[in-house]
Design a protein around this ligand. Structure first.
Ligand SMILES: [Zn+2]
Ligand SMILES: [Zn+2]
Length: 385
């Protein structure tokens, strides 16, 4: 089969490799029909996630058709169309029982933090991902959700990650009616966090991003106020945000950027170029700085390893509540499916590019370099074209 594989930092290629086989009675094999490139795939590509091994297949956002069914699987049959959450979860452990499928303790033997994740290095279990023609789905009775007959794969594809991730960010912000929410980042997760903030009753939503076309997209898609780095004198985004919020700061700040944030030369050098810490902590520090005292700061952008220069003293003295997690996709999928069906969220509306899987490496470049006003890129395997 064709698959997008990692060849070392900043090197990927589409190559032929053996199709996955059933390895456990609870597995299914999925024929992928749509798969997306995620901002967090770029952290992998850039070598910022530890133990990313040559040959591994990327891709944790996918939908497809069940092709082979393990003998222990009871809820799926060959031919079912499903969308699969990026977290691999067992469904029965301490965390899964509490809906915390992103923290499942049975699917990632190599760490006691995140659950297993498709296509996201051996730090999250070493599972091959879905940017391929086929993918093995373990615990197939737990994660996958059947796609209703009247909905397309593209309509629901983003239930796999970015929509629940953005939604959970807004929910963790505990937004009260009329409150002001600042979302750092106008990538796909930021866009869905902004949209979710409106659904939860925010009075103002302010989106921050360094890239003009992404701010344009956020205004058009979400009707938000926007702040570009160039709007702020000397690039001082935090001072501008304070000015916009009566000098007090926002009620809720959401970091939807993670470990490759721009905006601070020192952070970018130490964290991204020299790799002396795990990426740049600029977006989380700005979230702490632009949040009012006793406000809520939510971190949903991905940080890899456990060490960063975060301004924790300010957070403590301001009395902030910090919340963060990988998204527990599964618990949000039914509710968000309803939002899509009822037209409150146009999830597929953020797709700007559809690229054949054969050209996945070009698609990465398009997304990474922010060419052609790319917001979200979906890969289409040959059999699904
Ligand atoms: Zn993702
Ligand atoms: Zn579990």
């Amino acid at each position: 089969m064709l698959a997008l594989t990692y060849r070392g930092p900043n090197r990927i290629r589409v190559e032929k490799k053996p199709a996955p086989k059933l390895e456990h009675p609870n597995d299914v094999i999925l024929r992928v029909t749509r798969t997306a490139i995620c901002g967090s795939d770029l952290h992998l590509l850039h070598g910022l996630i530890p133990d990313t091994r040559v040959g591994c297949v990327f891709g944790h956002e996918f939908a497809g058709v069940v092709e082979e069914v393990g003998p222990g699987v009871v809820s799926l049959t060959k031919g079912d169309r499903v969308v699969v959450p990026f977290n691999i979860s067992c469904g029965t452990c301490f965390f899964c029982q509490r809906g915390l499928t992103g923290n499942c303790e049975n699917t990632n033997p190599s760490a006691n933090v995140a659950s297993g994740v498709y296509g996201y290095s051996h730090t999250t279990g070493g599972y091959d991902g879905g940017q391929a023609e086929y993918v093995r789905v373990p615990f197939a009775d737990v994660g996958p959700m059947k796609i209703p007959d009247d909905m397309t794969d593209e309509q629901v594809l983003f239930l796999s990650d970015i929509l629940p991730t953005g939604y959970q960010a807004a929910e963790m912000g505990e937004i009260k009616p009329g409150e002001t929410v600042v979302v750092f980042g106008c990538g796909p997760v930021g866009l869905f966090a902004q949209r979710s903030a409106w659904l939860m009753g925010a009075g103002r939503v302010i989106a921050v991003d360094p890239v003009a076309y992404r701010l344009d997209f956020a205004r058009a898609y979400n009707n938000v106020e926007t702040v570009g780095f160039e709007d702020a004198t000397g690039g001082d985004v935090v001072s501008l945000l304070m000015k916009m919020t009566d000098g007090r700061g926002a009620d809720v700040c959401i970091d939807a950027v993670g470990c490759e944030a721009e905006g601070s030369v020192a952070q970018s050098f130490l964290g991204v170029k020299a790799k002396l810490m795990a990426g740049s902590a600029t977006a989380i520090n700005w979230s702490i700085a632009a949040c009012r005292k006793a406000g809520n700061v939510v971190l949903i952008g991905v940080y890899g390893p456990p060490f960063n220069a975060v301004d924790i003293g300010s957070a403590m003295n301001k009395g902030l509540t910090l919340r963060m997690n990988q998204a527990n996709c599964k618990r949000y999928m039914p509710k968000l499916l309803d939002h899509i069906r009822e037209g409150r969220i146009d999830a597929e509306g953020i797709i700007t590019h559809r690229v054949p899987l054969e050209h996945a490496a070009d698609a990465y470049e398009l997304f990474e370099k922010k060419k052609d006003n790319c917001i979200k890129c979906v890969l289409v395997p040959p059999m699904a074209a």
